[in-house]
Design a protein around this ligand. Structure first.
Ligand code: GDP
Ligand code: MG
Length: 439
C-alpha cells in the first residue's frame, strides 16, 4: 500500500497548489493502492471522493507543499475511516465484566483469550478464562496451558457440558472469587453455520456479556469486514479484534471493518507472543499505512502557526509586490514558532541527510537576519529601497546589529530577490490559478 501511495505523492512534486487537474493522477494511484490492499470497492469510492473534495478546496498553507498537504488529507480521512478515536473496552459498573469471544476456526480466539487476560492484568484487573470450546479436548488443554503461561485461572468443565452451561458456571465461580474480568472462549467453524450461531446466541443469553468481540484474521482482507457485519447482524457484537497483523496482510481489513460493519476494531494482535496484543489506534495505523513519517506533524504545525489573517495580508502584499522587511521578519518568526530549524527540517521526509553543521548555519542565519532587521528604522523596514540606495544606512544597521556591512547588503539583496520571485508568482496567479486561502 505504501509504495503505491508514494507514487501518488511524487506526481505532485513541483506543483504550487492542489487543483482539480493535478490531483486526478494521484487520486487514481490512491484508488489503485487501496484496491490492492483489499479494501472493498464501495469504501474506496467514498474515500476517494471525499479526499478529492477536500483537496481541491484546501488552498495554500505557507511552507507546506501540495504533496504534503495531500498526505495530510488522506491521513485524516483514513483515521476517520477507521473510526477516528481509539475504541476502548467497556467494563461493567458492578460485578465481573464478561467478555465473550467469537469467530471462525483458527483466527486466534484461544490465543486472544490469554493475551487479553495478560493485557488486562497489567492494568491491575484480575481475570479468569472460561473454556467454552467443547468440541475438541485439545482446545481445552490449549487454553489451560496458555492460562498457566500468563498466570490466570482457567475454568473448565470438560466436553460433556453445554457451552452455555459452562459459561454460566464459570461466571458464578468468578463472582465467588471476586474476579474483575471473565473472558469466555468459544468454538469456531471453518465457515459460518447455523449451529455455531445458535450456540453463540445461547451463550450470549446465558452470560449477558459486557463485550462481545469478534476475532477476525487480518489476512482475510475484505472478508473480515463482511464477517464482522454478519456476526453483528446474527448475534450482536460490540467490536472486533484483528489478529495476525504481523503477517503479510495488506491492511484492507483494518481499513474496511468500521466503515462496512459500523463496529469498531478495539484491539489488534501482532504476533504469537502473549504480549502481542494492543489497542487499535486509527491514527497510528493510518501513519503506518502511509509510511510518511513526520510529515503530518509538520503540516499540522504549519497550519497552527499560519493563521488566516496573516495569510490574507501576506497575499495582498504579494499581489502588490510590496513585500518588505516586516513581512520578512514575520516569515522568519513563523519558522521560529514551528520549533527550531533543525526540528522542522527533521520533519520533512527526504531531508534526512542535512548535516548538523548545515542546520546550525541555517539557524544562525535566521538569528542574524532578525538582528539586522531589528536594527532598521520602521521606515527602512517598510521601504527597503532606502537601504539599497544608502551605504551610510547599511553601515549604521551593521554597527547596531553587530554584523558586517557585507551581511547587511546580502540581506537587502535577498529581499529584492524575493520580490522578484513573488512578482513572477503573481504573474502565475493573474493568469487564472489564484489559490484560495485555507483556515
Ligand atoms: P482459534 O481457533 O480461533 O482459537 O485460534 P488459535 O488461538 O488456536 O490460533 C490459531 C493459530 O494462529 C495459532 O497457531 C496461533 O499461534 C496463531 N496466532 C494467533 N494470533 C496470532 C497473531 O496475532 N499473529 C500470528 N502470527 N499468529 C497468531
Ligand atoms: Mg480455539
Amino acid at each position: 500500500l505504501t509504495s503505491g501511495l508514494e507514487t501518488a505523492w511524487n506526481k505532485l512534486k513541483g506543483e504550487e497548489v492542489l487543483s482539480k487537474e493535478n490531483i486526478v493522477e494521484p487520486m487514481r494511484d490512491i484508488r489503485r493502492a487501496l484496491l490492492e490492499a483489499d479494501v472493498s470497492l464501495p469504501v474506496v469510492r467514498r474515500f476517494v471522493q471525499s479526499v478529492s473534495d477536500q483537496a481541491v478546496g484546501v488552498g495554500v498553507i505557507r511552507g507546506v507543499k501540495p504533496d504534503q498537504q495531500l498526505v495530510k488529507i488522506v491521513h485524516d480521512e483514513l483515521v476517520q475511516l477507521m473510526g477516528g478515536e481509539v475504541s476502548e473496552l467497556v467494563f461493567a459498573k458492578s460485578g465481573p465484566t464478561v467478555i465473550l469471544l467469537a469467530g471462525l476456526q483458527g483466527v486466534g480466539k484461544t490465543t486472544v483469550c490469554a493475551k487479553l487476560a495478560n493485557y488486562l492484568k497489567k492494568q491491575g484487573k484480575s481475570c479468569m478464562l472460561v473454556a467454552g470450546d467443547v468440541y475438541r479436548p485439545a482446545a481445552i488443554d490449549q487454553l489451560s496451558i496458555l492460562g498457566k503461561q500468563v498466570d490466570v485461572p482457567v475454568y473448565t468443565a470438560g466436553t460433556d457440558v453445554k457451552p452455555s452451561e459452562i459459561a454460566k458456571q464459570g461466571l458464578e465461580e468468578a463472582k465467588k472469587k471476586k474476579i474483575d474480568v471473565v473472558i469466555v472462549d468459544t468454538a469456531g467453524r471453518l465457515q459460518i453455520d447455523k449451529t455455531m450461531m445458535d450456540e453463540l446466541k445461547e451463550v450470549k443469553r446465558a452470560l449477558n456479556p459486557t463485550e462481545v468481540l469478534l476475532v477476525v484474521d487480518a489476512m482475510t482482507g475484505q472478508e473480515a469486514a463482511a464477517l464482522v457485519t454478519t456476526f453483528n447482524l446474527e448475534i450482536g457484537i460490540t467490536g472486533a479484534i484483528l489478529t495476525k497483523l504481523d503477517g503479510d496482510s495488506r491492511g484492507g481489513a483494518a481499513l474496511s471493518v468500521k466503515e462496512v460493519s459500523g463496529k469498531p476494531i478495539k484491539l489488534v494482535g501482532r504476533g504469537e507472543r502473549m504480549e502481542d496484543l494492543e489497542p487499535f489506534y486509527p491514527d497510528r495505523m493510518a501513519g503506518r499505512i502511509l509510511g510518511m513519517g513526520d510529515v503530518l506533524s509538520f503540516v499540522e504545525k504549519a497550519q497552527e502557526v499560519m493563521r488566516k489573517e496573516d495569510a490574507e495580508e501576506l497575499q495582498k502584499k504579494i499581489m502588490s509586490a510590496k513585500f518588505d522587511f516586516n513581512d520578512f521578519l514575520k516569515q522568519t518568526r513563523t519558522v521560529a514558532k514551528m520549533g527550531s530549524v533543525s526540528r522542522v527540517i527533521g520533519m520533512i521526509p527526504g531531508m534526512g541527510k542535512v548535516t548538523p553543521s548545515q542546520i546550525r548555519d541555517a539557524e544562525k542565519n535566521l538569528q542574524n537576519m532578525e538582528a539586522m532587521i531589528e536594527a532598521m528604522t520602521p521606515e527602512e523596514r517598510e521601504k527597503p529601497e532606502l537601504l539599497a540606495e544608502s551605504p551610510v544606512r547599511r553601515k549604521r544597521v551593521a554597527v547596531d546589529s553587530g554584523k558586517t556591512e557585507q551581511q547587511v547588503s546580502q540581506l537587502v539583496a535577498q529581499l529584492f530577490q524575493m520580490r522578484v520571485r513573488m512578482k513572477n508568482l503573481m504573474g502565475v496567479m493573474e493568469s487564472g490559478s489564484l489559490p484560495t486561502l485555507s483556515n
